[in-house]
Design a protein around this ligand. Structure first.
Ligand code: NAI
Ligand code: MG
Length: 358
């Protein structure tokens, strides 16, 4: 019996609803597969917590999280608290302190979903984006001067280190070698306009590629790459990108395979020295919060990624297959054109899992 302890941080808005459904699916899998047991500890860290305590989490928050096997997060952010406060107060410290330097974001068209790209099938839309998650453009190095005067100015620096770049590239080439359908790495760049960090990045793409003789690679400018996601997504296999480029590309990636309601992500510490964190790509969606119609599939897909990471690929696969069945039967929330509620989708997946595997 494998036992894992999970930290749940539902967060704000629809984060709370979708984590509830994800947990339901995890419980169902554990009841069916006698080989896994999970214990949960829930943390109420969120913008609501901020309103009460003046911080997104307590001072010893990271210390309290560090011994869990995984963290399952909904979303944080809510009107009233500036987004940079909620992000830098909770999410980014977790990603950074726990060296979750890999952000995995599958772009995979599940059966039962129609891509907005006419004529593209599940065969064409099946790749993974690896976003560098610890440095790059999202650095808090910089500052603001002369505020309130006509000389008002702001500077934000990018940080690209040899260590940071090499490890994310190596992860991408490894993945392409092991799982890639085409054994190809596409690296996002912008070395024409950004003339220090991006040529540095490109140089390491070449260098790391030399360690993988059976993997091919190319570097593509981010603007062209964005267009290729739409015009020829079938040429993608493993896409690797810096923090900002990966962030933007993966919302586009989500849009071509069914939207944010279904897009999962995993913040991975490959060394397993710290917990990894699993969270949907979407945010707290204040526009639909409290309405019971948030799509729980992104969050449920995250539970599959978590089980995979924890060494239970067969349970991970069962969740994806069941999601595909539910999609084909069209029991989906309004964002996918259906009428089901968040809870109904979660319950239906659990019922199906029970009849299939129970
Ligand atoms: P968002 O992802 O929350 O919403 C964008 C649009 O997608 C909205 O129209 C929303 O209704 C829809 N949507 C998102 N998830 C959905 C789901 N599961 N089912 C159905 N529809 C869904 O992004 P937005 O509006 O830019 O940000 C809202 C808040 O969330 C902000 O405070 C932002 O900082 C925060 N945020 C937090 C993230 C995180 O915690 N990882 C990631 C992105 C945003
Ligand atoms: Mg994003």
């Amino acid at each position: 019996m494998d036992h894992f302890s999970l930290a749940l941080i539902p967060g704000d808005g629809i984060g709370v609803d979708v984590v509830r459904e994800g947990k339901k699916v995890l419980d169902t899998i554990c009841n069916i597969h006698g080989g896994i047991s999970l214990s949960y500890t829930e943390f109420d860290w969120s913008c609501e917590y901020y309103a009460k305590h003046g911080s997104m989490m307590p001072d010893d928050g990271l210390e309290r999280l560090k011994d869990f096997d995984s963290i399952f997060l909904g979303a944080v952010g809510y009107p009233g608290v500036p987004d940079h406060v909620s992000l830098w107060g909770l999410l980014l410290p977790i990603r950074r302190q726990f060296q979750q330097y890999i952000n995995l974001r599958p772009v995979k068209l599940l059966k039962g979903i129609q891509s907005p790209l006419v004529g593209k099938t599940s065969e064409d839309l099946d790749f993974i984006v690896i976003r560098e998650n610890n440095e790059g453009e999202y650095s808090n190095i910089g500052g603001r001067m002369y505020e309130g005067t006509d000389m008002d100015m702001a500077i934000q620096n990018s940080v690209f280190t040899r260590k940071g770049v090499e490890r994310v590239l190596r992860y991408a080439f490894d993945l392409a070698q092991k799982n890639g359908k085409r054994r190809h790495v596409t690296a996002a760049t912008k070395s024409n306009g950004i003339n220090h960090t991006m040529p540095f990045w490109d140089e390491y793409v070449q260098k790391i590629n030399q360690e993988y003789s059976n993997v091919t690679s190319n570097t593509v400018h981010i603007d062209a790459l964005a267009a290729f996601f739409v015009s020829k997504p079938e040429t993608m296999d493993v896409v690797v990108a810096s923090n900002l480029f990966g962030d933007i590309l993966t919302d586009l990636g989500a849009a071509i395979v069914g939207g944010l309601g279904i897009a999962p992500s995993a913040n991975i510490n490959p060394e397993k020295e710290f917990p990894s964190m699993f969270e949907p790509v979407h945010g707290s969606a204040p526009d639909i919060a409290g309405k019971g119609i948030a799509n729980p599939l992104a969050s449920i897909w995250c539970t599959s990624m978590m089980l995979d990471h924890l060494g239970h690929p067969e349970s991970a696969k069962a969740i994806i297959e069941t999601m595909e069945e539910v999609l084909q039967e069209n029991v989906v929330t309004p964002d996918l054109g259906g009428q089901a509620t968040t809870e109904q989708v979660g319950d239906f997946i659990c019922e199906k899992l029970k009849t299939k595997l129970g």
